[in-house]
Design a protein around this ligand. Sequence first.
Ligand code: PHE
Ligand code: ZN
Length: 886
Amino acid sequence: MEGPKEIFLKDYKLPDYYFDTVDLKFTLGEEKTIVFAKINVVPRVNGVTPPLALDGIDLKLISVKINGNELKEGDYDVDARHLILKAPPSGSFTLETVTEISPQHNTSLEGLYKSSGNFCTQCEAEGFRKITYFQDRPDIMAKYTVRIEADKSLYPVLLSNGNLIDQGDLEGGKHFAVWEDPFKKPCYLFALVAGELESRDDTFITCSGRKVDLRIWTPPQDLPKTKHAMYSLKAAMKWDEDVFGLEYDLDLFNIVAVPDFNMGAMENKSLNIFNSKLVLASPETASDADYAAILGVIGHEYFHNWTGNRVTCRDWFQLSLKEGLTVFRDQEFSSDLGSRTVKRIGDVSKLRIYQFSQDAGPMAHPVRPHSYIKMDNFYTVTVYEKGAEVVRMYKTLLGSEGFRKGTDLYFKRHDGQAVTCEDFFAAMRDANNVDFANFLLWYSQAGTPIVKVTSSYNAEARTFSLKFSQTVPPTPGQPTKEPMFIPVAMGLLDSSGKDMPLSSFYQDGKLVSITSGAQPVYTTVLRVTKAEEEFVFHDLDEKPIPSLLRGYSAPIRLHSDLTENDLFFLLAHDSDGFNRWEAGQILARKLMLNQVVNFQKDEKLVLDPQFVHGIKCILLDSSLDKEFIAKAITLPGEGEIMDMMEVADPDAVHAVRSFIRKQLALELKQEFINKVKENRSSESYEFDHVNMARRALKNTALGYLASLEDEEISELVLNEYKSATNMTDQFSALAAIAQKPGNAREEALADFYEKWQHDYLVVNKWFSLQSASDIPGNVENVKKLLNHPAFDLRNPNKVYSLIGGFCASPVNFHAKDGSGYKFLGDLVVQLDKLNPQVASRMVSAFSRWKRYDDTRQNLAKAQLEMIVCCNGLSENVFEIASKSLA
Ligand code: PHE
Ligand code: ZN
């Protein structure tokens, strides 16, 4: 067998052959499935007909024909990964293959597989080659016709992309359906579903007056839980018309929910397939976070219809072209439907916790990677979340109108094409006639830029200067970096806390004027493009307090020379909600780091009264949005603090964070109790910002209170659990109770399981609550849960809940005796045999092992070494494990 092969962006070559039409016929069966494929093949250059290599994995080839003539053995080669036609005829020809596959044994959940008895497909990135022999690459775009035949009673519903053009009954209790997709598409957008499903039906009238049928398919008993998904879909369709001028292009849009799915969801043309947990919701079973995730992901997959499907990627290195842009679009959609500030805080937190950490570790890669072994490993927070930040920077630099001009030009130029990140950049640039300097470096340089700012006020000259310096840390394969183009949105506050109007500043001694009609400007965007740069504001009668990087205008680590007093001032006054939250977080991080040092020196932990006061002011400020308050009083996570340490110390960070939480609860006990009482839910559940914000504040307060050893509080929390009328409140109360080991915890967990054992999505919450717990020695509980009847290693959601959850608890996963590492190591090996994609995600938890002390390093390294040596290891796990060791 050939070893794992690395694929490079620089090696991209145009295909020698294009496919223009693809006719597929599936006969679905319990023992085997037969796939007939008839492809019209066109050489790219007439007369140039080198051998044609088709990808194919786990296929049994039955026959191959060219122009109707069966090929003989010497005419082609077949190996474990390819079918090679040695001498294709000159000019266009038809290629017909018949292959046999066994979906019922496919545990990788890639290609055609079975989920809860139904057939479904997942082809992105390279799963189509597990269905039939094909040039499995996104720049091969063709029109598809698909005929599906199956047993009618077992599989009454037969779906594929596009329009249903024929259906009927066949002999032997079978039936068929024929689907035709009028749009050219790459094979990764192909989909097929067959099973016992029912649909919630609705319609949407597009801006040009066309009626679109909308259907959300689930097993019959789950239909009542699809209301919110349908609401989300219609909202997304309307939003894309209003904000991007993009209209849906077919008369039918299907969504299917399946319980076994590796990822969140998939944007197959007109037949989106979703992980059930991102479709199914009812107030009793889903939390506010679930409702919000459904809205965002339904939007995301729908938005792909233009950003991904109509305009697709030339090759997989360009993944962020569709994903960064579509994440940006779903973020904006959710912002417009909820609270912009709160959404931004959530998105930035995610970026900092996961993406910054990836960017600082062995898997660091640019938004557009230069190479990969398994593409599946590059569906990352860097490609998605940092990619979305890159798109957001265009908008920050160009303004809403300029950005829209750019996207309009992008669709006008590239509809129906497979393109690159440069094409998007060029559309933005050309539509606005601007110079974007070195902006493209955001696609090619990995690592999080570090930007330092020093400020000084000159009372005599009445000037205020901001000096920026930037560096980008080295990352694997990129030892030295160039300075980046960093848009810094900023404003200046006067001593009363008001924004000062801004009219101009000097950059490199040149006057830059800030224009915006007659309106005063309070926020401007500085363009930092060099290693060092100075901006000078003039005519200032007093020393301003700068509010920098408003709305988090660039994905960087900013270190400013703001004093603690400045930060408390911004926390109290900044007109930019994001920066108000940020000021509080910077203060909290400093405070926590100082206490970590105390803890390590065995000194007493203390909590700064000014910090308590700051938190109290926010908590009691009735002018503030309640969800904002909930975010602002939440301490940075343990991972974020560990990231700032020379050597990460999970025990110290955990002790310090717990201490501060408890201390805040002690000092603000009455205030927290009041927040709980004032914000209890009404009987009926509403998914709207006002009500979600009430619940967020109440449950955050409850979480603080539950850290106290206090009879009265224990009763209060238990009461909240018992009286809850929706999952958000019920689960938050359960989590609060479960913070501390003991009888109350055991009883509540047992009660919850008893109530919800019939609902696998709720049971998954129950798994993750326990696995992610920081109670001492939790690895033993998690091992027991592996044998719980509700657990199944073949179901990704269950693995993410139980095993993923465990790795998210620093104290237990990084237990100094190595028990957490051993647990994960053994599991990865087992899991890899069933589902390499999921195993590879799990093994990533080891990747930052070098951040820890020697003892932990050795223990983690031993597990990684054990894993890479395993026989028959998948390329997926091999890539992550070997790069982690390098
Ligand atoms: N393209 C999907 C999305 O982001 C993600 C996905 C990738 C799903 C690969 C399945 C497999 O919307
Ligand atoms: Zn996507």
